[in-house]
Design a protein around this ligand. Structure first.
Ligand SMILES: [Zn+2]
Length: 322
């Protein structure tokens, strides 16, 4: 168990050493050149250390648990691993906004005023309760802008990047917030969690095949039965099989973006959303022309042109109905 844990930590350190020069170049050369970088070398180093700490803690929690499940589950391995994956997904969803994000960003309450009142009015209109509106100091690291909604029920928070507040008008921010509320209305987080659980169940079922076939381990030069080695080997050979699945996954995520845009249109935010998206695009210097195959595999959001066209279609439909 300790050996497996140490192996994960050494592997993480190894990946960190390889990644750091690239990350330094990306942040302090490329992002700097285009005026996005706001990170200092101290913040950069501090972020890496915090990331390493999080990996150590999470690996320390999950690694023994997963190896223990494999050890004791016997014929009930798949349902046990499924239960474990539900636990991990819930744990991560609850942990990220409450513990991990505050380690990297400072959250402050949005000042009383017109925008705050208008966002709460938006929450009332859509019947999606929001308890807090926070501003996150994204500008400390980068001038890329964004917004998101996090938490459940009465703990739900709307989070705005300070960079978004500096670049968008009130109507545009409201349209973007309404788009985020659209994700809540369509239960996208729950749907994605369900998809992840199905995916993990398939992966775990395949893993039990590897675990129960010592020949597979032998063919890779492992001459003893080790749950950890089977897990490690399995995750390595899984990668090429994951590749085609990514097309399907990205398609579903992009479809959710169209649904959230359409939702904002039904609340009369079509024009605000269009101009808000154009400003975001200009500000983040997005790609205007994207290779369709690359986009199908990598883009979690439809391109700006695709989104604008879809919003225009929505406007045409609602004009026809009125
Ligand atoms: Zn979205």
């Amino acid at each position: 168990m300790l050996q497996a844990y140490l192996f994960i930590i050494v592997l993480t350190l190894f990946n960190l050493v390889i990644d750091v020069p690239f990350a330094l170049y990306r942040t302090f050369v490329i992002e700097e050149k285009w005026g996005y970088n706001k990170t200092t070398k101290g913040t950069f180093a501090c972020d890496r250390l915090k990331g390493l700490l999080i990996t150590c803690v999470l690996a320390g929690l999950f690694m023994p648990l997963i190896l223990w499940i494999i050890h004791v589950a016997g014929s009930a391995l798949i349902p046990c691993l499924m239960g474990f994956s539900i636990f991990v997904i819930l744990f991560v969803n609850l942990l990220v906004p409450v513990v991990i994000l505050p380690m990297f960003f400072t959250f402050t309450d949005l000042d009383e005023g017109e925008l705050r009142t208008a966002i709460f009015a938006e929450s009332e209109k859509t019947a999606i309760p929001v308890s807090q509106i926070k501003v996150i100091d994204g500008s400390k690291r980068s001038s890329h802008s964004n917004a998101f909604v996090t938490g459940f029920g009465s703990f739900r928070k709307v989070v705005l990047f300070d960079t978004l507040m500096n670049t968008h008008s009130k109507d545009e921010i409201l349209a973007i917030v309404n788009h985020e509320l659209g994700h809540v209305a369509h239960m996208h987080v729950l749907k994605f969690a369900a998809i992840s659980i199905v995916k993990l169940t398939i992966i775990f079922s395949l893993f039990s095949l590897v675990l129960n076939n010592p020949e597979i381990l032998l063919s890779f030069g492992v001459n003893h039965t080790s749950a950890f080695m089977a897990l490690l080997l399995f995750t390595t050979i899984l990668d090429p099989f994951n590749f085609p699945l990514q097309f399907g996954e990205m398609y579903i995520i992009r479809k959710a973006e169209y649904e959230a845009d359409a939702y904002a249109c039904t609340y009369n935010h079509a024009e605000g959303l269009k101009s808000g998206l154009i400003i975001l695009f200009k500000h983040n210097k997005g790609h205007l022309i994207v290779d369709p195959l690359w986009s199908a595999l990598n883009n979690s959001h439809p391109t700006l042109i695709e989104r604008l066209q879809a919003i225009d279609k929505q406007i045409a439909v609602s004009d026809k109905n009125n």
